[in-house]
Design a protein around this ligand. Structure first.
Ligand code: MG
Length: 160
């Protein structure tokens, strides 16, 4: 068993929708970034890579490369998980925390879990998401940023 931690932050700017966990959530702000700025998938990608002892998302997909501009983070996660599996590991489970003042994420949690499980080809029950606000204070509470954290557990593939 190997455990990994991933964390990411993106600036929020006016205009929706908000891309989060591979789906577009209706909102009046979106996350800004070189790729599609999916803060949750970036945290998940780094947690999986970290658990496998592989280079991080910034090394795998440099943000100064034109080919990574507006890149679909679902595709980056898929490619990263291929690296993880080639290194001999399978995902056991992911546990994530999203910190955003708004929108309310509860109505979207199930769809996000399903989408993340679909990208990784694992059971949705192996993906968990919790949503927190910033209690109206600080950069999260003032809706200047959105953050995500993820811990990922991997198991070594069984030799046949
Ligand atoms: Mg990012």
């Amino acid at each position: 068993m190997r455990i990994g931690l991933g964390e990411d932050t993106h600036r929020l700017v006016a205009g929706g929708p908000l891309r989060l966990g591979g789906i577009d959530i209706p909102h009046d702000h979106h996350a800004q970034g070189h790729s599609d700025a999916d803060v949750l998938l970036h945290a998940v990608t780094d947690a999986l890579l970290g658990a496998a002892g592989l280079p991080d998302i910034g090394q795998l997909f440099p943000d100064d490369l034109e080919e990574n501009r507006h890149r679909d983070s679902a595709e980056m996660l898929y490619v990263a998980y291929e690296h993880v599996q080639r290194a001999g590991f399978n995902s056991v489970n992911l546990d994530c925390v999203i910190a955003a003042e708004s929108p309310k994420l509860a109505p979207h949690k199930e769809a996000v879990c399903r989408r993340m499980a679909e990208i990784l080809a694992i059971e949705p029950s192996r993906v968990n998401i919790k949503a927190k606000t910033g209690e109206g204070v600080g950069p999260i509470g003032e809706q200047k940023i959105i953050q995500a954290r993820c811990v990922a557990l991997l198991e070594k593939k069984r030799e046949l």
